[in-house]
Design a protein around this ligand. Structure first.
Ligand SMILES: CC(C)[C@H](C(=O)O)[C@@H](O)C(=O)O
Ligand code: SF4
Length: 469
């Protein structure tokens, strides 16, 4: 057998049969669904008189449209949204699929719920009609988003006709500098390689910086790899992965030992070749923040918005000009000091317990700046309860943050958490496209620590200055 990359091993072990030189029929271990991208697939199945082949390998969560007011029971007042949730409940009920429904204590964002309940383990293939399914590469599983017709195919056959990706390795070495986290790391990588830089590739992250990240920090990184166009993101499982999985998956001891033998082989062979390789030095990383409407339009917080002539091409300069018109910033202006109206802490990128702990550590004993509305939306019911049990929630509430119920919320503003036209938001999410957080909304992507700093000072602020005080 020629040397193979981790990606190739995962694909090979799940190939039912090759379709042609570029496509294989891929076996799917787990398929996740939300209320937003699954209804058409169920409707199409029903029309064809087909059923769900393996209900026990499906999992569904109400995540995108759910309101985040902390009240019980939670009521979805918006008619079409309520209908989506009801549809999902009916479809899952009929097919016998486990659903974390609106008022389930474990409800949350699919990509937060699945790993924390042990559904995600190294070596698996996990699909979902949602682009941020790349998150699961953090635990050594091949995860990626699929379209609605593919959802239907997976429900009916537990397989997918899959076009193979090219392979890329991004190695990062060295310690993450003071004040930075894996969110800064990924924004920095995207700003280097571009929002299309990994398009068509399955990316494997490697190097000592990655090895030093916690499992949750790795999820942040793999989650956002899709914002560089990656078709998948992978990190070879190691001690950190196994400890996380052991704590969350609760496998019986015999199964655990067998699994560990298999998982140890889940790494790229030394002689294997990648189609593309990058090597970066972590000491170049700083707290990062976006200034535009694409995740690669990002700079270190102590830098200025780039001047027109700083862009690499005319196209990039044009897109920067349009982006700045939208975000209401000027070339050459320092990004720090830009006032914000809103702060959003949450999403499948940064809505986990470690993120909230970090925010609390900065907010402790301080107050949200007057005139700023700052929301914390935990990624799941479990994250919310844990934050309450640890006193993290208390610190946030005392500092003046709104303590909300879990969901996607202001990450994509499909519920009633929406920015007003022109409002500017410091956000721990993953997309800053025009209108992403509401019509005319202006989004600045950043780490939880940086978002905390923005909430406490009322403007984009270098968190290193706050942390030193
Ligand atoms: C709604 C869904 C299709 C979408 C995605 O695929 O990512 C959403 O989760 C997002 O983050 O934009
Ligand atoms: S939190 Fe945001 S990125 Fe994640 S699944 Fe929900 S909408 Fe998509």
């Amino acid at each position: 057998m020629p040397p193979r990359t981790l990606y190739q091993k995962l694909v090979d072990s799940h190939t039912v049969q090759p379709v042609d030189t570029e496509n294989v029929l891929l076996y799917v271990d787990l398929h996740l669904m939300n209320e937003y991208t699954s209804p058409q697939a169920f409707a199409a199945l029903e029309e064809k008189g087909r059923t769900v082949l393996r209900p026990s390998q499906q999992l569904a969560v109400v995540s995108h449209i759910i309101p985040t007011r902390a009240e019980t029971p939670r009521v979805i007042e918006d008619g079409p949204s309520r209908k989506q949730a009801e549809n999902l409940a009916r479809n899952c009920g009929q097919a016998g699929i486990r659903l974390y429904d609106t008022n389930d204590p474990e409800q949350g964002i699919e990509h937060v719920v699945a790993p924390e309940h042990g559904y995600v383990r190294p070596g698996m293939v996990i699909l979902c009609g949602d682009s941020h399914t790349t998150t699961y590469g953090a635990l050594g599983a091949l995860g990626f988003g699929i379209g609605t017709s593919e959802v239907e195919h997976v429900l009916a056959t537990q397989t997918l006709v899959y076009r193979l990706a090219k392979t890329m390795r991004i190695a990062v070495d060295g310690a993450l500098p003071f004040g930075t986290s894996s969110k800064d790391l990924v924004l920095w990588i995207i700003s280097r390689i571009g929002a299309q830089g990994a398009r068509g590739y399955a990316v494997e992250f490697a190097g000592s910086t990655i090895a030093a990240l916690s499992a949750e920090a790795r999820m942040t990184l793999c989650n956002m790899a899709v914002e560089a166009g990656a078709r998948a993101a992978l990190i070879a499982p190691d001690r950190v992965t196994f400890d996380y999985v052991r704590a969350h998956a609760r496998l019986p001891p015999a199964a655990w030992n067998a699994a560990m033998d298999d998982w140890a082989a889940l790494r790229t062979d030394p002689q294997a070749r990648f189609d593309c390789e990058y090597c970066f030095d972590a000491s170049d990383i700083a707290p990062f923040v976006t200034w535009g409407t694409s995740p690669d339009q990002a700079i270190a917080v102590d830098q200025r918005v780039p001047l027109a002539q700083a862009h690499s091409s005319r196209e990039a300069a044009d897109s920067a000009r349009r982006a700045l018109e939208y975000t209401g910033l000027a070339p050459g202006q320092p990004i720090a000091g830009t006032p914000v109206d809103r702060v959003f802490i949450g999403s499948c990128t940064n809505g986990r317990i470690e993120d909230l702990r970090l925010v609390a550590s900065i907010a402790r004993g301080r107050r949200v700046a007057p005139g700023v509305r700052a929301m914390v939306v935990p990624g799941s019911g479990a994250v919310r309860r844990q934050a309450e049990a640890e006193g993290v929630a208390r610190v946030l509430i005392d500092a003046g943050f709104e303590w909300r119920a879990p969901g996607c919320s202001l990450c994509l503003a499909m519920n009633d958490d929406v920015l007003q036209d022109g409002e500017r938001c410091a956000s721990t999410t993953n997309r800053n496209f025009e209108g992403r957080q509401g019509r005319g909304s202006r989004t600045h992507l950043m780490s939880p620590a940086m978002a905390a700093a923005a909430a406490l000072t009322g403007c984009i602020t270098d968190v290193r200055k706050l942390e030193k005080q």
